[in-house]
Design a protein around this ligand. Structure first.
Ligand SMILES: CC(=O)N[C@H]1[C@@H](OP(=O)(O)OP(=O)(O)OC[C@H]2O[C@@H](n3ccc(=O)[nH]c3=O)[C@H](O)[C@@H]2O)O[C@H](CO)[C@@H](O)[C@@H]1O[C@H](C)C(=O)N[C@@H](C)C(=O)N[C@H](CCC(=O)O)C(=O)O
Ligand SMILES: Nc1ncnc2c1ncn2[C@@H]1O[C@H](COP(=O)(O)OP(=O)(O)OP(=O)(O)O)[C@@H](O)[C@H]1O
Length: 531
């Protein structure tokens, strides 16, 4: 619900965005031309199931349907005007949808962000905005940023994969970056709730699908780019170019780029906004001597890593991040540099940094139990899986188990690669289901197994043994791994993190990896350990 007095007439919107205003498509019962011009719009929606009274209903062409097919239902739900493309307008006319004015644009997605921002009174301009992009690390970095900003006494709002937070109010998220009407409505609610800083994940889908048009972030960051979402982007080059769009003046004012990988280095060189670079000097990567902020890992402990961040000009800070994995130091460094480059001095951060950063990120390296140590993580591509296994190895006294699968109807190329890295990094590999969606789970598992088996064969030649199992359903796989593990072992359950719904053939099943671990441990009296 938007409590900002959003109000724009259809004539205002038509004039501002060059839209063709039609009085109800000429159908019987349509308002006259004058009436059509003065209809007041108080919100925007693009799904009839989320339409409220006073909304402009954006009827978009989609991969499955045209929103115009749902316009009648949207009007019944209270929509007072429709924004669509010429095809949509023709559909409305054919279906005899009447009674509300129709605004026509050549490319509805192309104008929707700006239209939504206008209807909600451009809320992004009324707070400080931070956006984070990258294949991995967006969610973690946003929670780190939120923690740092809270430490400074700021009131924050957060939009990301796990949840949406407006002040104290928390709602589970459906997309990493919502569609533009929801983004603008949320931002308006945040302004209303007194939020000073917005912290938000910006996915590559969001950039390609215009979900954050009309938001010019004050500070953006890039964590990394690795193979994922190639079903949508086609190849790494176009995936990179989509992400790089965030580092242009139309979308952001300043940026922070983690330049450890070739993509980061290239982004820093090609960005058309001022950017600072962050780099680490831990082997195997060597930072560019021109790196602005250098990360040095000082002490790796089982639960936290201490590190120092030094600017070329001599400024320096030391702190720790209480999440396992070198990659979480990088996430923490990016979050800190974003805040510092936004104008906060290191001395202002001092008290907070003394205790280190301890964000509670649901389903990200979340330690669910000890003896065996059971960790639930969201690693769902080959790079993340490899890094997580590498991060857990030094603190695993016994064997390292991994239970994971791959998502259905998404990037199929990553499946065998995930199988390979699991075998390379773990001692016991259990391949199971992730979210199959409408794809046959057995086919997905066999794609993952193909890579895993190749890697097992290679390892055997090298004299190392890895136990490989295929177990479904997922709850059984978790149970087997937990039962089989000894107290000194580590069991990583990867891929679903915070998620609680598993979709199989259109049916949603309740499944929370963390609950499954706890249940399995509860049935294992010899090795109690659930925390
Ligand atoms: C590939 C993609 O992003 N698709 C998005 C696209 O779906 P689509 O083209 O299939 O839409 P459609 O189902 O044909 O519907 C067309 C229009 O009719 C409307 N409609 C449809 C049915 C109905 O009953 N009523 C109705 O009004 C829809 O809202 C839509 O506006 O438009 C829909 C609504 O506008 C989005 O919800 C949908 O995201 C889907 C759910 C999705 O899964 N997207 C993922 C891939 C995504 O965006 N992921 C990124 C990245 C995450 C990461 O980094 O890991 C994210 O930001 O979440
Ligand atoms: N900087 C990083 N580099 C590589 N891997 C990382 C990094 N940070 C986190 N990861 C791994 O990737 C997983 C996803 O992390 P996170 O949720 O923070 O990223 P994300 O970009 O939000 O992912 P998604 O867009 O899929 O939601 C983590 O569970 C961890 O395994």
């Amino acid at each position: 619900m938007n409590t900002i007095p959003a109000a724009r007439t259809t004539a205002d919107l038509a004039a501002a965005f060059g839209l063709d205003l039609r009085a109800g498509g000429g159908a019987a019962g349509a308002p006259g031309a004058a009436a059509a011009e003065s209809v007041v719009v108080t919100g925007v929606s693009l799904d009839n199931r989320q339409t409220a009274h006073g909304d402009l209903f954006a009827a978009l062409p989609g991969a499955h349907t045209h929103g115009a097919e749902h316009a009648r239902a949207a009007v019944d739900a209270g929509a007072v005007a429709i924004l669509t493309d010429p095809d949509g307008a023709a559909r409305l006319e054919r279906a005899g949808v009447a009674g509300v004015p129709v605004l026509v644009a050549g490319d509805v997605r192309g104008v929707l962000g700006a239209v939504s921002a206008e209807v909600y009174h451009r809320p992004a301009e009324q707070m400080r905005t931070f956006g984070v992009t990258g294949t991995n690390g967006k969610t973690t970095t946003t929670y780190l940023l939120e923690e740092i900003l809270h430490g400074l006494g700021r009131s924050t709002g957060l939009i990301g994969t796990v949840e949406i937070k407006v002040g104290e109010e928390r709602t589970p998220a459906r997309l990493t970056t919502p569609e533009s009407p929801q983004v603008q409505a949320l931002l308006a609610r945040m302004v209303d709730a007194g939020v000073e800083d917005l912290v938000m994940e910006v996915s590559s889908h969001a950039l390609a699908l215009h979900r954050v048009d009309a938001v010019v972030y004050d500070m953006v960051s890039f964590t990394n780019l690795t193979a994922d979402h190639l079903d949508f982007h086609g190849d790494m080059e176009s995936y990179f170019r989509t992400k790089a769009e965030l580092f242009t003046p139309a979308r952001a004012r300043r940026g922070v780029v983690l330049a450890d990988d070739e993509w980061g280095a290239r982004l820093a060189a090609e960005a058309t906004i001022p950017v600072v670079t962050v780099g680490s000097q831990t082997p195997p990567t060597q930072p560019d001597p021109d790196t602005d902020w250098l990360i040095t890992l000082t002490h790796g402990r089982p639960d936290h890593t201490e590190f120092t961040l030094t600017h070329r000009d001599g400024r320096s800070l030391s702190t720790a991040v209480w999440m396992p994995g070198r990659f979480n130091v990088l996430n923490a460094a990016v979050a800190l540099v974003m805040v510092i480059e936004a104008g906060v001095s290191i001395s202002e951060l001092h008290d907070h940094l003394r205790t280190g950063l301890r964000p509670a990120v649901p389903g990200r390296m979340e330690r669910v139990a000890d003896h065996p140590r059971c960790i639930v993580d969201f690693a769902h591509n080959a790079d993340a899986l490899e890094l997580v296994l590498r991060a857990l190895r030094p603190t695993t006294k016994g064997r390292l188990f991994v239970v994971f699968g791959a998502t259905g109807e998404r990037d199929t190329a990553k499946r065998p690669r995930m199988g390979e890295v699991a075998v390379r990094g773990a001692d016991v590999v259990v391949v199971t289901d992730d979210d199959p969606h409408d794809e046959d789970p057995a086919t997905i598992r066999s794609d993952v197994m193909a890579g895993a088996l190749r890697a097992v064969a290679a390892h055997q030649r090298g004299g190392r043994t890895v136990d490989l199992f295929e177990v479904a359903p997922r709850a059984t796989a978790i149970r087997r791994a937990v039962n089989f593990a000894g107290p000194a072992d580590t069991v990583l359950i990867a891929g679903r993190g915070h998620e609680t719904i598993q979709e199989i053939a259109g049916v949603e099943h309740q499944l929370d990896d963390r609950d499954e671990v706890r249940a399995a441990l509860a049935d294992r009296p010899l090795h109690p350990g659930a925390s």
